[in-house]
Ligand binder design. Structure first.
Ligand code: SF4
Length: 428
C-alpha cells in the first residue's frame, strides 16, 4: 500500500509541475512516506526524517513532509518532536495533497522565519471510496491498483484500522478504468491491493473476472487475503481464469488456536488447515505463502511449536516471520504476559531456519521444470531477473530486449529465495 501511495504522491507532484531532483541535497521538497505496522518500520521512517534535518539547515527553503501511517498515528506530536517538518499528513490526506501543497507554497515566508507557524497538518480518519489521482508508476512489469482502503477487522496486534480507517471499497468502474489506462507494453501484471481484498464489496471473484477480460492484462495477483473471507467463488475464479496467478499470500499469523483467538483473527488452526486443503485440491500447483508472528503475549512453548508445525502442515513455500511488536492503541499492547526480548529473538531465529529449509525443499521440486517468467530487469550479477507465476525470483542469461516479456525458463538449480534457469535457444 505504501509503494502505491508513494506512486500517487509522485504522480500528483508531477502533475503540479515538480520534477525529480538529481540528488536529495538539491531537492526543494522531500516527502517521507512512513509505515507504522511494526516498531522497526516506524523507527526507520523517523530515523530517515531526522537524517535529512541537516539539509534543511543548509537550505531553509526546503519543504519536508512526513506522510503515511506514522503521521496519522502521531499527528501534531511530530511537530513537537521534529520542528523542522513542514507538513504532517496521514494516508487519507492523499486526496487533498495537491491543495495542501499549494498551502505550503503560499505560507512559505512564514515557515522560513519560524517553525511554530506555517506548517500544514492534515488527518482524516476515513478514506474516500473513490480515488481518481495520477499515479507515477515505477517502470516495472508489475504494478499496483488499490481496490479497498482501511480495515474493519481489528486484529488485536494491528494498528492499521486506527491509522487507515474503516474499510471502504473502490467502485468497480473506477478500478477497471485505471487498469484499462495502464501502459500494457510495460505493465503486464496487475496486483490488486487492499488490507483485505477478499472483502471487496462487489465480490472479489466478480472483479477478478472483469479484470481478466481487459485486453493486455496478462497476469493478475491480489493481496492481502484474510483467510476468513476467502470464499469458494474466489478460489474457483483462481482455478478457472488463466490470467490469475496460482499464487496466494494467506496470512495465518499463528498456528495456535488459543493465540489466534487472542489475536482476534476470527478463525482457528483447524479452519485454516481445512481452507488450505481445499485450495490445494482446487489448484494443485498453487504457491502458498504466509505471515507468522512470534512472541505474541501469552505465547507458550507449545503455542510456538504449533506455529512451527503449521509451516509444514500448510506446506508453505515461504513465510514472512515477524516478531510481535506492541503498537499504540492496539489491544495486544496492553495484554499481560508479554514475552521477553531474548525469547522472542530465539523463537524468530528458530522459525526462520524452518522456513528457509522448507523454502529450499519446495524450490528444489521445481528443478527440471519449465516455468513462465515475467522479465523484470537485470540482476546484480549481469543476468536477467524475472518472476514466475508463483512469485519466485529466477535468474537466467538472456538479452535485455526481453525486458517486460513473459518467457519460459527451464529451472536448473534452486536456493531458498532464488531459482536459476535458462531460456532455451531460439526463445525470444
Ligand atoms: S486484517 Fe488484521 S492484520 Fe490485516 S490490516 Fe486488518 S487488522 Fe491489520
Amino acid at each position: 500500500m505504501n509503494v502505491n501511495d508513494s506512486e500517487i504522491l509522485a504522480g500528483i507532484l508531477e502533475r503540479e509541475g515538480y520534477v525529480p531532483a538529481e540528488k536529495m541535497g538539491k531537492a526543494d521538497l522531500i516527502l517521507v512516506n512512513t509505515c507504522s505496522i511494526r516498531a522497526g518500520a516506524e523507527n526507520k521512517g523517523l530515523w530517515f526524517a531526522h537524517s535529512i534535518k541537516s539539509l534543511k539547515e543548509k537550505n531553509p527553503n526546503l519543504i519536508i513532509g512526513l506522510c503515511g501511517c506514522v503521521a496519522q498515528q502521531e499527528k501534531e506530536n511530530i511537530l513537537k518532536k521534529m520542528p523542522f517538518v513542514d507538513l504532517v499528513m496521514g494516508p487519507q490526506g492523499i486526496d487533498e495533497f495537491a491543495g495542501l501543497l499549494k498551502q505550503i507554497e503560499t505560507t512559505n515566508d512564514l515557515r522560513l522565519t519560524t517553525n511554530d507557524k506555517g506548517y500544514v497538518t492534515y488527518f482524516k480518519e476515513q478514506a474516500c471510496s473513490t480515488r481518481k489521482l495520477p499515479v507515477k508508476r515505477a517502470k516495472s512489469p508489475r504494478t499496483y491498483v488499490s481496490i479497498t482502503f482501511g480495515c474493519d477487522n481489528y486484529c488485536s496486534y494491528c494498528v492499521v484500522p486506527y491509522v487507515r480507517g474503516r474499510e471502504v471499497s473502490r467502485p468497480m468502474d473506477e478500478i477497471l478504468a485505471e487498469i484499462k489506462a495502464l501502459d500494457k507494453t510495460i505493465h503486464k501484471e496487475v496486483i490488486l491491493l487492499g488490507q483485505n481484498v477478499n472483502a471487496w464489496v462487489g465480490g472479489l471473484a466478480n472483479l477478478l473476472r472483469e479484470v481478466s477480460a481487459i485486453a493486455g492484462v496478462e497476469w493478475i495477483n491480489f493481496m492481502t487475503s484474510h483467510p476468513k473471507d476467502l470464499s469458494d467463488e474466489i478460489i474457483a475464479a483462481m482455478a478457472e481464469l488463466p490470467q490469475i496467478n496460482h499464487y496466494l499470500h494467506l496470512p495465518v499469523q499463528s498456528g495456535s488456536s488459543k493465540i489466534l483467538k487472542a489475536m482476534n483473527r476470527k478463525y482457528d488452526r483447524d479452519y485454516y488447515l481445512k481452507l488450505v486443503e481445499k485450495i490445494y485440491s482446487k489448484i494443485p500447483d498453487i504457491t502458498l505463502t504466509s505471515d507468522l508472528i512470534v512472541g505474541f503475549p501469552g505465547e507458550t512453548e507449545q503455542d510456538f511449536k504449533d506455529s512451527l508445525s503449521i509451516i509444514r502442515h500448510a506446506n508453505f513455500d515461504s513465510v514472512n516471520t515477524l516478531m510481535f511488536s506492541p503498537r499504540p492503541q492496539t489491544a495486544a499492547a496492553a495484554l499481560p504476559d508479554q514475552i521477553d526480548g531474548p525469547t522472542k529473538n530465539a523463537r524468530l531465529l528458530a522459525m526462520m531456519e524452518v522456513v528457509e529449509n522448507q523454502a529450499l525443499a519446495k524450490n528444489q521440486q521445481l528443478v527440471g521444470k519449465t516455468l513462465d517468467a515475467l522479465v523484470e530487469g537485470p540482476a546484480k550479477d549481469g543476468r536477467l531477473s524475472g518472476r514466475t507465476r508463483g512469485n519466485k525470483i529466477v535468474y537466467f542469461d538472456a538479452p535485455l530486449e526481453l525486458l517486460y516479456q513473459i518467457k519460459p525458463v527451464k529451472i536448473t538449480s534452486a536456493k531458498s529465495w532464488v531459482l536459476e534457469g535458462s531460456i532455451s535457444s531460439g526463445v525470444g
